[in-house]
Design a protein around this ligand. Structure first.
Ligand code: HEM
Length: 146
């Protein structure tokens, strides 16, 4: 994957102003609510019985923050995302048995939450760069499944 200077600048600036504690929980909750089959992997996380329970669940919130910090690793290793995520990919496939289609669903929920927060500064160029970044992340996380 090749990154232009402009793409690197856009992606860095999104993360520089990112409120992890707000965006992480919102993105993961949204995924669990909109795509309820993704809840199956979080059986040990307590009450997920309805949208309010999911949004108020502290374990889900904490995990949402953790996932965003997982993305930091891709940001810091943009030229080497596949290797950076090799171990995390193995964890999700061999240990957690997460269907890799779900990576894209969570990535889309994250895009929605970030776009909603950024408002008019989420320009088409921003969307393009961010979705490219997430597509590379999703692909890297799926790499160890074959
Ligand atoms: C664990 C990142 C997508 C389910 C984790 C961890 C990270 C992470 C950093 C912690 C690993 C550790 O403790 O060493 C990501 C990223 C994703 C992603 C960056 C995509 C953007 C998903 C999806 C699901 C999922 C889509 C399920 C629908 C889980 C589960 C755990 C986990 C069940 C273990 C949680 C626990 O028991 O503490 N993920 N993840 N992940 N992930 Fe993901």
């Amino acid at each position: 994957v090749k990154w232009s200077d402009k793409e690197r600048a856009i992606i860095s600036s999104i993360f520089a102003s990112l409120d992890y504690e707000d965006v992480g929980p919102k993105a993961l909750s949204r995924c669990l609510i909109v795509y309820p089959w993704t809840q199956r992997y979080f059986g040990a996380f307590g009450n997920l019985s309805n949208a309010a329970a999911i949004m108020g669940n502290p374990k889900i919130a904490a995990h949402g923050v953790k996932v965003l910090h997982g993305l930091d690793r891709a940001l810091k290793n943009m030229d080497n995302i596949v290797e950076t995520y090799a171990e995390l990919s193995i964890l999700h496939s061999e240990t957690l048995h997460v269907d890799p289609d779900n990576f894209k669903l969570l990535a889309d929920c994250l895009t929605i939450v970030i776009a909603a927060r950024m408002g008019s500064s989420f320009t088409p160029d921003t969307q393009l760069a961010f979705q490219k970044f997430l597509a590379v992340v999703v692909s890297a996380l799926g790499k160890q499944y074959c």
